[in-house]
Design a protein around this ligand. Structure first.
Ligand SMILES: *Cc1c(COP(=O)(O)O)cnc(C)c1O
Length: 439
């Protein structure tokens, strides 16, 4: 299914076709999410092409950004690995078909069972702290082989613009703090005593981290690896550089690109490209954000205190982050008419509200948009990562359906159900049962 449409054109075709094919039925399914199947292939190809051939690299997609099994399966098909941080994500990665050799397990709170399973199966593991290291010691002492095991360092290079997304501050909860008194020596001694510790992991943070800060963290990991190798040549097999390439939510084009990231890393940490170290990356948001969108019918419109408000079905249940922290996570909202064509109505300042019963459930505040009317469609682009794939169960709103789409020659759009709409019966089933003893 090849075509050369830009992302925006593919999205416009998909919205129009979704209406024509009854996927946004105002009576039954007023909200749905869409995944750009060709977009995923293109993004994966760009990622693979951005890294030089001389470097052995595994791009382990951070599953938390979009843990849907069919999405993970597409990424596997296009040559990626998978980074997981919980038993659920590990099971999703396995269900998508990832072999253990392409899976990396992080998480700051791995249980004994998770550690034992990962070591047993040869899944790469990044240890968060000295206590976890002692647990792994006990498993190794019991005879489990330790392959692809590393330690996450916190290079303490500083915070980005969103503190909750910054993982390399002075007191951040992740990893071993390299600038704290004694830690560097203690960790060097730990590597010296354990020849099986062969990786170094760093993840400076997610959205809001400048590329230079990210690269400074990676450079710190490389420096540490060189110190380990100075004591025992060749001990460090590779560096896991984490993810955190920011996404520009204000436009359709990717910026920065994977190639931009590689260019900054080449400056800050040239040894990463020398051919002696393997590399793992853990990009999440930058792989999927622009390959998904949410579309909702407008149910009603009204004016309150002089403010035009459109009440639609895309709110906190599919866009929790932007609803609760709108300044950190602004999203575009695009207006389409009831037939799914870009709206040509006059511009007006409006709020676009979701269906949840709290006043802050807005995906756009005082936004100048074509004047919305009942049955029009609002599209929230750039929501392929961390939005509809990690829904919020507030108000018992069901998970909307997710469709993959492909636009072929002649603009025929084919949809594939990636996740069926959650039924009301399923909502009831996940809400518990009064046990016989309490009846
Ligand atoms: C969340 C996370 C990632 C992915 O971050 P993005 O900003 O989505 O690229 C990678 N590695 C680790 C350890 C993470 O926690």
């Amino acid at each position: 299914m090849r075509d050369h449409h830009a992302r925006r054109i593919r999205r416009d075709r998909a919205v129009h076709a979704a209406v024509a094919q009854g996927l946004l039925d105002p009576y039954r399914t007023p909200v749905a999410a869409f995944v750009d199947v060709e977009g995923i292939a293109r993004t994966a190809a760009e990622l693979l092409a951005a890294w030089p051939r001389g470097t052995e690299v595994l791009h382990a997609f951070a599953a938390k950004a979009n843990p849907m099994v069919p999405v993970l399966a597409l990424l596997l098909r296009h040559g990626l690995g998978c980074e997981v941080s919980s038993p659920g994500e590990l099971a999703q990665a396995r269900a998508a078909g990832f072999p253990a050799a392409r899976i990396v397990l992080d998480s700051p709170a791995k249980t004994q069972a998770e550690l034992a399973e990962a070591l047993r199966d040869g899944i790469a593991l990044n240890i968060d702290n000295f206590e976890e290291l002692e647990r792994v010691d006990r498993l190794v002492a019991d005879g489990t082989a330790a392959v692809r095991v590393g330690v996450r360092i916190n290079p303490q290079v500083g915070l980005g613009s969103i503190e909750a997304m910054s993982t390399a501050g002075r007191t951040t909860k992740f990893g071993i703090a390299m600038a704290d008194p004694g830690n560097r020596e203690r960790l060097l001694a730990a590597y010296a005593a354990r020849p099986w510790l062969r990786w170094v992991h760093v993840h400076v943070g997610s959205q809001g981290i400048p590329l230079e800060l990210n690269a400074a963290g990676v450079a710190e990991a490389v420096r540490f690896a060189q110190e380990v190798n100075a004591r025992r040549a060749g001990q460090i097999e590779g560096i896991d550089i984490g993810g955190g390439l920011p996404v520009d939510f204000s436009k359709d084009e990717d910026s920065p690109t994977f190639a931009d990231h590689v260019a900054v890393l080449r400056q800050a940490a040239p040894e990463l490209f020398g051919g002696e170290l393997k590399v793992v990356t853990e990009y999440g948001r930058s792989v999927m954000a622009k390959n998904g969108f949410i579309a909702s019918r407008v149910e009603y419109t009204k004016t309150t205190g002089g403010r035009a408000i459109a009440l639609a079905h895309a709110g906190a249940q599919v866009a929790a982050r932007s609803v609760f922290a709108p300044r950190s996570w602004p999203l575009r909202v695009l207006a389409y008419d009831r037939h799914g064509l870009p709206s040509t109505a006059e511009l007006e300042v409006q709020d676009v509200a979701g269906p949840c019963c709290f006043a802050g459930d807005l995906v756009a505040r005082e936004r100048k948009l074509p004047k919305l009317a009942t049955e029009d469609i609002v599209v929230v682009p750039d929501t392929g990562a961390y939005y509809f794939s990690s829904p919020f169960q507030y108000n018992s709103l069901p998970m909307p359906p997710v469709y993959g789409f492909e636009v072929s020659e002649g603009d025929v759009v084919r949809f594939h159900v990636l996740r069926a709409a959650e039924s009301i019966e399923e909502v009831v089933a996940r809400s518990g049962v009064l046990p016989a003893g309490l009846r």
